[in-house]
Design a protein around this ligand. Structure first.
Ligand SMILES: [Fe+2]
Length: 207
């Protein structure tokens, strides 16, 4: 009978028993990129881009969560429209998060993913746990958009400069433009116009 080879741990006896509670060393450390990828983009370029994209990712994940917080906690006469608008923007930010994270992975890097890592990395101010009034909710969202939009402008030109047009295109088309549009929809809610009666005295007399 041939001797059984136990040198390879993968050749364990076949069993229907699930092997749960497993742990092992990481296969790639955070902050590194795979060496050999046929992308015609040098490793230092991919290192810089993935680092920048992770910052953008952390800020976008924070903005996404700020939208859900606002969706749940909004109060007042504009509750219904804002409840729906905040959730629409949340869903769009979910898509953006996925686009950024997968760009980092395809460049050979590692995307941030977990809430504690996002909290340590984001530059967006942490809101209180409690509820805030609508103008404050919207202001917080606009401040977060401003951080992301500013970063997009800087990152897109840096990506172009380094020859990473894929990142440039993603940042402009999939992050910058939707963020600009969301800013418009939000900021119009902070214009102080009368709800029912015009404030112009001439108009009031005419009425
Ligand atoms: Fe909901």
């Amino acid at each position: 009978m041939p001797k059984k080879d136990n040198s390879n741990p993968r050749q364990a006896p076949i069993s229907a028993q699930p092997r749960i509670h497993q742990r092992a060393k990481e296969i790639q450390a955070y902050g590194t990129v795979s060496h050999a990828l046929p992308l015609e983009l040098e490793e230092p370029v991919r290192l810089e881009m993935t680092e920048q994209l992770n910052q953008l990712l952390a800020d976008t994940m924070t903005l996404r969560d700020l939208y859900k917080k606002s969706h749940w906690q909004v109060a007042g006469p504009t509750f219904y429209q804002l409840h729906l608008l905040f959730d629409k923007h949340f869903n769009e930010q979910v898509e953006i998060v996925d686009e950024i994270a997968e760009r980092i992975q395809l460049l050979g890097g590692i995307s941030l993913a977990m809430a504690p890592d996002i909290a340590e990395t984001t530059r967006i101010e942490r809101p209180p746990r409690g509820r805030e009034e609508v103008p404050v909710q919207i202001s917080r969202l606009l401040d977060a958009h401003q951080i992301i939009i500013g970063h997009c402008r800087q990152l897109s030109s840096r990506a172009s400069e380094l020859g990473d047009e894929g990142t440039n295109d993603l940042v402009v088309s999939d992050v910058l433009r939707p963020n600009e549009l969301q800013v418009w929809f939000l900021s119009e809610h902070l214009v102080d116009v009368p709800l029912v009666q015009a404030e112009d005295p001439g108009m009031r007399r005419a009425g």
